[in-house]
Design a protein around this ligand. Structure first.
Ligand SMILES: [Zn+2]
Length: 451
């Protein structure tokens, strides 16, 4: 039986809508993106700021705190530099938590700041954020450095945990957009985990509390994003921070922000982070954690990998003289703006954010246009060549100039003819399965009708 939330998160959702930092609605965040907001929060009389160290390349890492109570909560974000969603969320949360108006609407006890001290480290990996990489300035994945502690950022997090001894630790990440909630076709917009602290996955008191808190957060979020909440696999990860911090007796909670439909900047997950964090804080301080059970935690569907793709073409005809039916998934790497073929075959267990019925359509053989004299590719000449079935250009003499804004695949040497394979750049022509007349082109993973 699902327990209904007893907290006033609806008001927090409204507070988020009114108060979130609009300038942080971006696909990526680095230190200079958040600096003005950090500066404004530092002026807030309820917020204390501590310089706790520097990144490998010398960028400052700051800790913001609210409250003076004995109960301790520690949250950190963006230890993977290319995972910024929760950074915006914790900065929103600090703003909301320290607004008298928002607080009056919340379900927190009036004296909550005397009960708890909340520490937040936004953007633990500013060097990675600068380059938009998962790893830090040493190329180290900080989240695999919990034992070796060779990264300054990892040492800093380790020291914070040792010094503050948090009751609850929030480890905030982003996950790839292709996870689904269980076997559904819904994106896992939020995935939770109470990490194991031992290979045998024991559940001690703090881990039980983490699972109960997660069950409560999932229940609350279910009102906003039903069917889009998942539970991450809890295989013990010896080198990871979450697992090691769970071993210190902190109720450790991993939150992964994921995709939602039509939401490239993950603003849905951002808002859900704020609501989840707030609901956990309220449950902790109001002593309502025990309203949820382990069974409630395990009822959250599993976070299923590769359940989604950016575009799925299904029931296409492929092959020349020996035709067969297949589906093709397309993955788009937003960071580098490259579309690649994900998988080919029976993809019934994979759904696309966009799905195109390929019945009556055929993937035409890859055909390269040899550029043997100067050629300017504008929209018109390009479209004509696509309609003639050319999916790429062989430009050995550097004679091609491109003015079209449509994606063009150019190779410097003629490739040996290859079939379309997973991992290849997603450029191909689709035509009528009987007449072979080209009718559409997939260019860098995007569908273009050739009307
Ligand atoms: Zn991560």
């Amino acid at each position: 039986m699902t327990v209904h939330p007893h907290i006033s998160v609806a008001n927090i959702a409204e507070a988020f809508d009114a108060m979130h930092w609009r300038e942080l609605n971006k696909v990526h965040l680095n230190a200079s993106d958040i600096a003005p907001v950090m500066e404004m929060l530092a002026q807030n009389e309820n917020i204390r700021v501590a310089d706790i160290g520097e990144s490998f390349e010398g960028r400052p890492i700051k800790r913001y705190s609210v409250g003076t109570g004995d109960k301790v909560i520690l949250a950190w974000t963006q230890m993977h530099g290319d995972e910024p969603t929760a950074t915006a969320a914790v900065l929103d949360w600090l703003q909301i938590l320290t607004s008298a108006h928002a607080l009056a609407l919340s379900g927190l006890p009036a004296d909550w700041m005397n009960q708890v001290t909340l520490y937040v480290v936004p953007m633990l990996n500013p060097d990675g954020a600068q380059r938009r990489t998962r790893v830090n300035g040493q190329g180290i994945d900080i989240n695999r450095d919990a034992k070796a502690l060779q990264s300054p950022e990892g040492r800093l997090l380790h020291d914070q945990v040792s010094e503050l001894k948090p009751d609850i630790a929030f480890n905030l990440h982003d996950q790839n957009p292709y996870y689904t909630a269980g076997t559904s076709s819904n994106p896992a917009t939020i995935a939770f985990l109470a990490p194991a602290y031992h290979e045998d996955k024991h559940v001690d008191g703090p881990r039980l509390r983490a699972k109960q808190l997660i069950a409560g957060m999932a229940d609350v979020l279910g009102h906003y994003i039903p069917g889009c909440i998942a539970r991450y696999d809890d295989t013990y990860s010896f080198r990871s921070f979450g697992d090691n911090i769970a071993a210190t007796g902190a109720s450790t909670i991993l939150i992964e922000s994921g995709a939602a439909k039509q939401d490239p900047n993950r603003q849905v997950a951002r808002k859900m982070n704020v609501i989840a964090l707030q609901s956990a804080l309220e449950a902790f301080l109001n002593d309502t954690v025990n309203r949820y059970s382990l069974a409630d935690y395990y009822r959250i569907p599993e976070n299923r990998e590769d359940g989604l793709c950016d575009m799925k073409l299904y029931n296409l005809t492929m092959g020349g003289d020996l035709p067969y039916l297949a589906d093709i998934s397309i993955l788009i790497d937003g960071k580098n703006d490259t579309g690649t073929v994900g998988a080919i075959g029976d993809l019934r267990t994979i759904n696309g954010f966009t799905n195109i019925n390929g019945q009556g359509l055929k993937v035409l053989p890859e055909k390269g246009f040899e550029v043997d004299s100067p050629l300017t590719l504008n929209d018109e000449t390009y479209l004509n060549l696509l309609k003639a079935g050319f999916s790429y250009f062989i430009d050995t003499q550097n004679q091609l100039s491109i003015t079209t804004t449509m994606p063009v695949q150019v190779v410097a040497t003629a490739p040996v003819a290859t079939p379309l394979l997973p991992g290849a750049p997603a450029y191909f022509i689709v035509g009528d399965s009987h007449s072979n007349q080209p009718s559409a082109a997939v260019l860098n993973g995007r569908w273009h009708a050739l009307g």
